[in-house]
Structure formats: structure tokens, C-alpha cells
Write a protein that binds this ligand. Structure first.
Ligand code: PMV
Length: 327
């Protein structure tokens, strides 16, 4: 076992298919160059200490339970999934030695950009590398997915999948990922409403709608399936006008299932008015972020329009590389 290993993993924007992906529709998702980073070090005992210095959280996990060292109940809630990821890797490798895990992230939290998954993926990868397994992406994905199950209700697995593999992919629950070769570069602008929200609560609300109106929901699922398949064709051809139009349609479907709100609508419409080819909420909705597709070179202008409408915006670079071992 080496003494120290460092790994990083990207955040993401969902371009098509969020929520519907929970019910088996494929999602199209792009990794973006905002990364979480984890450093794993060996310990003499069998305990796992997880520390998030930027949040002021620290917890010690052991076979007899856990001890919050800094940050109270919030710390336990935030750090337990990371322990689950680390422990998943340990168990899979038949190892029991203790570890120190330090995590930090430049991905906004609870904004729909996949921060919890990126942290879990980087922590799993750093543990893998520390325990001498190198970068086993299948194991990293599995361990991070277990961690995500603590964070969200019935997650589809799309977030740990894109953070593990990077680039632009399609992801289908229970089937896996496919890398997507796109025919033209995509210039994307992300706008953050600044409203934090719970993915689990939104996924539950959508499930309740499905249970109340199964037939109608089934039709929306079929529409989403058709939309995603057209979007994949448009992306492959590099037909960005069609991609933008389909993003607008996707936003309409997400509004139909009740996950948009006024803050998101403001930013989506500001982006479209400023000339975006398409704009939609991204991730679970209810706050968090939206994403706009723009013609090359138009990102700055659309970002300014989003900021004028009350959001925080940036031009996102696609992260071709998923999780990686650093140094
Ligand atoms: O992590 P978020 O907020 O980007 O949401 C993930 C996407 C959902 O489809 C809403 C949930 C899931 O598990 O796929």
C-alpha cells in the first residue's frame, strides 16, 4: 500500500432526460471542468476519518459507530456517503485498513451539477489507488453509486457514471453508458439560481405525480424517449440548431412534471432572449442550475444576460477526462 493517493473527478450538466432517466429513459450528459478532489492516506488503525476542510466538517467512522469531530449532524450527513464509498472499495478489495480522506470541491453544492457524486467518485478512486488497485473505473462507479443511494431517493446512477467516465455520454439505468461522438463542439453556459434544493425530494414529488396519473406520465415518458433519441441523432450530426430546439422541448417536459420554478424560468428565458439556441433547467430542478446552448463565441453575452436576470453564470468547458489519479 502506498502512503498517499490523490484523485479528482468532474461535475456534470444533464443535457437531456433528467428525471425520466429514473424510469429507464436514456439521459444525455456532459462532464464539465469543475472538479472534486480527494486525498487518501494510510492510518495505523482500522478507522476512516473523512474531512471536508472547506466546509469545516470532520467525522471518524469505525466498526462501532461514528464520532463527529467538527460540524455536528450536518457533518455526519455530508460525510457518511463518502465513508460508504471508501468502505465499498475496501470491502470489494477484501481490505480493512484505516484511512484518512480529505475532500474538497469547486462544484457548487446542491445545484444540480453532480457535486456529491464527484466527491464520492474521487474518494473511491483515491482509495482504490491507495490500496494498490490503480484506477478500477467499474469499482469506482459501483462504490460511488452506493454512496449516492444514501444521498438521493432511488438515484438512476447518471451522476456517478458521468463523473467516472467524463466526456459526453448517454446513460440508461441498469444498462450503463455509451460515449457519444458529437459532430460539432458545444458551447454551453450554466446559470445558477443560487437556490439549494434536495434532489431526493424532487425525485419523490415526480414519483408521486406518476402514481397519481400513471397513464399521463407514461405518455410523457414516451415523449421523453422520442426526444432523447432525436437529440442523440442531432448531436451526432452536429446539428446544433436542432439540439437547441430539443433542449427547449425538454425544458417544457420538465415544467410539465412540476420541477421548474420562477427562478429557473427567469434564467431560461433570459438566455433565450439573449440569443441562446436552447435553454433548459438541468438536474433535479426546483432551483439549482439551468444550461443554455449558444453559437460559438456567444457564451459571454448569454452569461451576462443570465447574471442580469439574477443568476450566477459561467461558460462551461466539457471535461473530456472523467475520474483521474493525480500526480
Ligand atoms: O444530482 P442532480 O440534482 O443533477 O439530479 C440527478 C438527476 C435526476 O434525474 C433528477 C435524478 C437521478 O437520479 O437521475
Amino acid at each position: 500500500m502506498s502512503a498517499r493517493a490523490v484523485a479528482s473527478a468532474p461535475g456534470k450538466v444533464i443535457l437531456f432526460g433528467e428525471h425520466f432517466v429514473v424510469y429507464g429513459v436514456p439521459a444525455v450528459v456532459a462532464a464539465i471542468e469543475l472538479r472534486a478532489r480527494a486525498t487518501a492516506c494510510a492510518r495505523e488503525d482500522r478507522l476512516v476519518r473523512v474531512v471536508a476542510p472547506d466546509l469545516g466538517f470532520s467525522c471518524l467512522f469505525g466498526p462501532e459507530g461514528f464520532e463527529v469531530e467538527r460540524g455536528g449532524g450536518e457533518a455526519e450527513e455530508a460525510l457518511r456517503p463518502i465513508f460508504v464509498a471508501v468502505d465499498g472499495v475496501r470491502r470489494a478489495l477484501g481490505r480493512g485498513e484505516g484511512l484518512e480522506l480529505h475532500v474538497n470541491s469547486s462544484i457548487p453544492i446542491a445545484a444540480g451539477l453532480g457535486s456529491s457524486a464527484a466527491v464520492a467518485v474521487s474518494a473511491s478512486a483515491a482509495t482504490c489507488a491507495l490500496l494498490g488497485r490503480g484506477l478500477d473505473k467499474e469499482l469506482v462507479f459501483k462504490a460511488a453509486f452506493e454512496a449516492e443511494k444514501l444521498v438521493h431517493v432511488s438515484p438512476s446512477g447518471v451522476d456517478p457514471a458521468i463523473s467516472t467516465h467524463g466526456g459526453i455520454i448517454t446513460y440508461k439505468r441498469g444498462v450503463g453508458i455509451q460515449k457519444l461522438e458529437i459532430g460539432a463542439p458545444l458551447e454551453l453556459v450554466v446559470g445558477d439560481t443560487g437556490l439549494k434544493r434536495s434532489t431526493g425530494a424532487l425525485v419523490s414529488a415526480v414519483r408521486a405525480l406518476r402514481d397519481r396519473r400513471p397513464e399521463l406520465f407514461g405518455r410523457l415518458l414516451s415523449a421523453a424517449e422520442e426526444l432523447v433519441s432525436e437529440a442523440v441523432e442531432a448531436l451526432k450530426k452536429g446539428d446544433i440548431l436542432a439540439v437547441g430546439e430539443l433542449m427547449n422541448v425538454n425544458h417544457g417536459l420538465l415544467s410539465a412534471i412540476g420541477v421548474s420554478n420562477l427562478a429557473l424560468e427567469r434564467l431560461v428565458h433570459a438566455a433565450r432572449t439573449a440569443g441562446a439556441l436552447g435553454a433548459k433547467l438541468t438536474g433535479a430542478g426546483g432551483g439549482g442550475c439551468m444550461v443554455a446552448l449558444v453559437e460559438e463565441g456567444r457564451g459571454r453575452g448569454v452569461a451576462e444576460a443570465i447574471e442580469a436576470a439574477g443568476g450566477r453564470a459561467f461558460v462551461a468547458r466539457i471535461a473530456e477526462e472523467g475520474v483521474r489519479i493525480e500526480g
